[in-house]
Design a protein around this ligand. Structure first.
Ligand SMILES: [Cu+2]
Length: 388
């Protein structure tokens, strides 16, 4: 067995406020081999298996966990009034559980008494963006390994720098093609449905995970054209952009949010111009650019993980983080302990995944978690393997 994986049992559930995911990410011992994340275009057999497994956990595998349909306050009120709160929870499949976890981290902490209208985002626009998503990918990867009894399953990564003009994996056989009306169609994605879409989500209201939208959408060509006319760069990031980010040995800088300049984290997240290194309004580079160009569910961090391409995209983002970690050999002491946005500080727990891990726990090279990328060497440089 490649991994030492420990699954929390369903009976360990949870106070009503808690929502989330199942797997313990257990550190591997040095004599275990890492799982390798594979470049999606090259290894089609593994890719196909990967997509089949996403579909499998989407459609057929119920999670051991439930998610809430309402706010903590409403659940509490009902419980205190000795009423049954069961209808305020909803059964979900494994895929929808993870969708909900991402939604909740990005917007979910909407409480009935949130009179200030402040949005807290525990996963984006802050120092913890990369470590949040690393733990998230590990959790869904471990869950898929467990439910499919395939301990070698690794989420493939999609290297968008290979073709700046076109999503090369958006084909009938892989991640699906976008029809004229924006609907995604393909071998694995016909009849795909989504929950917690951007439209469903108002700041004053939790999304209702019981409501299914029977369609997965991406950006229509006509809308892409309009966005181009409005000054958006509608190409995927280039190798030059990635290499520019990797030139910065500073991981993050004050205010450790979307507004910081000249640092690796905010460059890779995509709020910094990849020519100057400075934060400018309306910059959408690297990670953010891919979300924008794919569009539809992916265009908002609230709904993005409704689209399975999200996981392949973030695997690629995580690979760039891995290059940085190997190149500069820095540890979590570079993270700010107090000055980052709420939930993003070094010792803050990564919300709402549990068992709890802090950003510091996850700020480590991938070997510590039992996985690797096949074309990132020990020093963090890439070497090119020709397609065969
Ligand atoms: Cu995200």
């Amino acid at each position: 067995m490649r991994f030492s994986t420990e699954i929390a049992s369903a009976s360990q559930i949870l106070p009503a406020t808690i929502v989330a995911s199942v797997n313990t990410v257990t550190m591997v011992t040095t004599d275990t081999l890492p799982t390798v994340s594979r470049l999606i275009e090259r290894v089609s057999r593994e890719t196909t298996i990967g997509l089949q497994q996403f579909r499998f956990v989407f459609r057929y595998v119920d999670s051991d966990y439930v998610v809430s349909r309402s706010s903590y306050q409403e659940i509490q009120e009902r419980t205190l009034a000795s009423q049954d709160p069961t209808s305020l929870f909803h059964n979900v499949t494994v895929f929808d559980l993870f969708l909900w976890v991402h939604y909740y981290a990005a917007l979910g902490p909407v409480h009935a008494d949130n009179l200030t209208g402040t949005v807290m985002d525990f996963a984006h626009e802050g120092q913890g963006f990369l470590t949040w998503h690393r733990l998230y990918l590990l959790a869904i990867e471990r869950t898929i390994q467990e439910v499919t009894e395939d301990e070698e399953f690794a989420i493939p990564y999609w290297d968008w720098t290979v073709n700046e003009d076109k999503c090369e994996i958006c084909t009938e056989d892989l991640l699906g093609v976008t029809e004229g009306d924006g609907t995604v169609k393909g071998k694995y994605f016909n009849n795909w449905s989504t929950i917690c879409t951007y439209e469903d989500t108002l700041m004053t209201q939790m999304c209702d995970p019981a409501t299914k939208n029977p369609v997965l959408e991406r950006l229509k060509e006509s809308d892409k054209k309009k966005m181009k006319e409005n000054g958006y760069h509608m190409t995927f990031p280039s190798k030059k952009d990635v290499n520019f980010a990797l030139r910065f040995d500073t991981f993050d800088l004050p205010p450790y949010s979307a507004d910081s300049s000249c640092n690796f984290r905010n460059l890779l997240e995509g709020f910094i111009n990849t020519t100057t290194g400075y934060r400018l309004p309306n910059v959408h580079s690297l990670h953010n650019r891919v979300h924008l160009v794919i569009g539809g569910a992916m265009s908002s961090s609230v709904s993005a993980s409704n689209d399975p391409i999200f996981f392949l995209h973030h695997s690629s983002v995580d690979r760039v983080l891995e290059k940085w970690l190997r190149k500069y050999n820095k540890n979590a002491s570079v993270l700010s302990s107090y000055d980052a946005p709420i939930g993003h500080n070094r010792g803050d727990v990564i919300v709402p995944l549990f068992p709890v891990y802090t950003h510091e726990n996850i700020f480590k090279k991938s070997f510590e978690f039992g996985y690797d990328y096949e074309d990132v060497d020990e020093e963090g440089m890439c070497f090119h393997i020709p397609f065969s």
